[in-house]
Design a protein around this ligand. Structure first.
Ligand code: F0G
Length: 362
């Protein structure tokens, strides 16, 4: 039986040598590509979900953290730092523990989901809640890494992108070729940059030129930001980004230019979706597809549904949507109805008649 060995071992021929000297892994990657019959029916396309919540710490960040942490370990680093809306800190904390390193994380005060906060604390990170948003945290983390002996493991670290590009490889390996469209949420814009690089390399372009091409084409990249935190759509940084999707509450993405390049060279789009659209998509995923994600992860699905309603989804197109993080990261959103009312479980006594009655079986 084949045991998945983590993205560095699985894609060794397509990753740089310096991440392979001292591999730090928790078995990340190899996530399921799940057909989405309800979304397919609603959009008239052939839709799949790349379920990144199945990674070891519950988000796609683990793909980039194995490479960034391995490179840091190879250089003999003792400490790492990251700014985070939550998932990066959870992942960095876990992989730093694995590597025997100290991990400092800077998070926006009061704006990160409880599940992610718990992970960083459980893994022993030096957690600092900063009086400022993610963008301020990232500026501070970069300065700290420049002036002190700590390595930055945010996606501005090129080793992060190397690991995250493997998600595109997995999609092509599963489908036999690149899809027509790849959809994903956009925050700091590292992931759209990474997918685009992965698809290009697998099509024999750029760094993939010296290896056999696995795909015959590259997809159109469709990225979606939350409407209150949509700087790329607006064309200028947002000073006070706001959205219930805290993972993508970012006003000045570090990989802004690379995201625009991915959009333009792939023939794609970057658009905005409202919090209401995000929560509606979150509900479709959990209640109709059986896939529980955190709100930010539903932004891609929200964007796809909005474009389908506007007649902008090509009929029969093969579409992959990355759902980036697990629903258990930020479960509170499931406990509200579409109208925002709290869901209260029905209480019954422990006898079969009242249970059958409550279930409407009587
Ligand atoms: N979805 C989730 C669940 C995320 O945590 C993030 C980013 C994104 C989407 C956006 O990806 O930044 O590469 O465009 N989270 C970062 C963090 C910022 O700190 O965990 P991106």
């Amino acid at each position: 039986a084949h045991q998945w060995r983590g993205v560095i071992a699985e894609y060794a021929d397509r990753l740089p040598a310096h991440v392979q000297e001292r591999v730090v892994t928790l078995g990340e990657g190899g996530t399921p590509l799940v057909p989405a019959p309800v979304l397919s029916q609603r959009t008239g396309a052939d839709v799949y979900l790349k379920v990144e919540g199945m990674n070891p710490t519950g988000s796609f960040k683990d793909r980039g953290m194995t490479t960034a942490m391995s490179a840091a370990a190879g250089r003999g680093a003792k400490a790492v730092v990251c700014a985070s809306t939550g998932n990066t800190s959870a992942s960095a904390a876990a992989y730093a523990t694995r590597a025997g390193m100290v991990c400092a994380v800077l998070v926006p005060d009061g704006k990160i989901a409880m599940g992610k906060l718990s992970q960083a604390i459980a893994h022993g990170a030096r957690l600092l809640q900063v009086d400022g948003n993610f963008d301020a945290c990232l500026v501070a983390a970069r300065k700290l890494a420049e002036a002190y002996p700590v390595e930055l493991v945010n996606s501005v670290n090129p080793d992060r992108i190397q690991g995250q590009k493997t998600a595109a490889f997995e999609v092509v390996d599963a489908l036999g070729d690149a899809p027509d469209v790849h959809v994903l949420p956009v925050g700091n814009a590292g992931n759209i940059t990474a997918y685009w690089r992965g698809y290009r390399e697998y099509a024999g372009l750029d760094a993939g030129e010296s290896l056999p091409a696995v795909a015959t084409r590259t997809p159109a990249m469709w990225g979606f930001q939350a409407a209150g935190a949509a700087p790329i759509v607006a064309g200028y940084p947002i000073d006070e980004p706001e959205t219930i999707a805290t993972a993508i509450r970012i006003g000045n993405p570090a990989s802004w230019q690379q995201a625009e390049e991915a959009r333009d060279t792939s023939g794609g789009v970057i658009a905005a979706v409202t919090d209401q659209q995000i929560l509606a998509a979150h509900r479709v995923l959990s209640a109709e597809e059986g896939v529980f994600v955190e709100p930010a992860s539903a932004a891609g699905v929200a964007g796809l549904l909005a474009r389908a309603e506007a007649g902008q989804v090509p009929a029969g197109a093969r579409i992959v949507v990355t759902v980036t993080g697990h629903g258990l990261k930020d479960p509170q959103w499931a406990l509200r109805t579409a109208d925002g009312d709290e869901v209260v479980p029905v209480r019954v006594t422990a006898d079969v008649v009242s249970i059958a009655d409550a279930l409407g079986l009587g």
